[in-house]
Design a protein around this ligand. Structure first.
Ligand SMILES: [Ca+2]
Ligand SMILES: [Ca+2]
Length: 357
């Protein structure tokens, strides 16, 4: 009788172990095959291992995109489009959030972000505002000085993208701009989302393609049909051959292979990774890196005074002659409190975040 009880208990424990294993397998498969319906406006990106960074045939690739290396990301949901004015307005209406571009400037904070000894600008300059592209630039002296084509515009913010007299009326489905990292994070918190890591962003941009330079493949000659960038002579003559001189409504160009729009061009997109020019060079790339979250600290030789984050995809201002950032591996750093009229964001959600709801 005692033997039978022991045998019975062993059977039960084996059964429980079997059920436990099945649950584990199910959780694992959930990570890589979404079994939850995507939230409205989002697309599932299946978990995968892929080559992050510069592709071998990419002649535009910059040193900060090298060496390319294998990474593995778990599956996640991503917004099919850049966050629009309508979406951002819903957040502001619900929370009364004030973006950084709308806030008073504190010189005591700002002076730590500029070279020591920089004189305090006149109070008339230290007003809420943001950077806008200078449409009136006729000629540039040196391409190294990008301030030739950027203007500090008092009163420019997401509601007034080109300055105080401009509006977003009739631009509901345009990407929201003048968004700094803190603003994007506040939106994410409200919406139960987060910013993508750079690895997730590249995984989403690749879609079903493998190892391609662009979201549609490797053919640069069809750039104008697939992304809002700059044609002509940057930054003085925009021929708008792709149909748009400035930002375009989201979904104006074809989606990538898994239904995501405007990953390349239109507005730059923030990520949660810190920007460090030598990050890739210092990685141990002997095996795929699992869910990389970027550099531990930020470093940009052109802006050593501020913390910068990685932004991806380029914008309507990107041209082959300058940064050619309309590529999946391209990246730039953006100061943590800085926005402009060609910067926006899109969000992601992991399965755990969605399942909690
Ligand atoms: Ca364009
Ligand atoms: Ca974009």
């Amino acid at each position: 009788m005692k033997k039978n009880i022991v045998f019975y208990l062993k059977c039960i424990s084996l059964l429980l172990l079997f059920i436990g294993c099945k649950k584990e397998i199910k959780n694992q498969s959930l990570k890589n095959n979404a079994q939850i319906k995507p939230p409205k406006g989002m697309v599932w990106v299946a978990g995968k291992t892929f080559l992050k960074g510069a592709k071998a045939t990419d002649t535009y690739a910059m040193p900060r995109e090298k060496p390319s290396h294998m990474v593995t990301v778990d599956g996640f949901f991503i917004d099919a489009t850049e966050i629009t004015n309508t979406q951002f307005k819903a957040f502001v209406d619900a929370t009364n959030y004030i973006t950084i571009a709308e806030r008073k400037i504190d010189w005591n904070v700002m002076k730590n972000q500029v070279p020591e000894g920089t004189p305090k600008p006149h109070d008339s300059i230290l007003q809420p505002g943001s950077l806008i592209f200078n449409k009136k630039v006729n000629a540039v002296v040196s391409m190294d000085n990008y301030m030739q084509w950027w203007t500090w515009k008092i009163g420019a913010n997401w509601k007034h993208p080109s300055g105080p007299t401009s509006t977003i009326e009739g631009k509901d489905n345009f990407p929201v701009v003048h968004i700094a990292l803190e603003d994007a994070l506040a939106y994410c918190k409200w919406a139960n989302r987060r910013l993508p890591t750079e690895a997730e962003w590249e995984a989403a941009a690749l879609g079903n393609n493998k190892n391609t330079i662009y979201t549609w493949g490797n053919d640069e000659s069809i750039l104008n049909a697939n992304a809002n960038t700059w044609q002509g002579v940057f930054p003085v003559k925009n021929e708008s051959k792709d149909g748009f001189e400035f930002i375009s409504p989201v979904k104006s160009y074809p989606p990538n292979s898994i239904g995501i729009y405007d990953m390349l061009g239109n507005v730059w997109e923030l990520t949660s990774d810190l920007f460090h020019v030598n990050y890739y060079k210092e990685l141990n790339t002997s095996s795929p890196i699992l869910n990389p979250k970027g550099a531990k600290k930020s470093y940009s030789p052109s802006n050593p005074y501020q913390v910068e984050y990685v932004m991806k995809g380029g914008s309507f201002l990107c041209h082959a002659s300058y940064c050619a950032s309309f590529r999946i591996s391209a990246k730039m750093g953006v100061a943590v409190d800085s926005g402009s009229d060609h910067m926006g964001f899109r969000t992601v959600a992991s399965l755990e975040m969605i399942s909690k709801n």
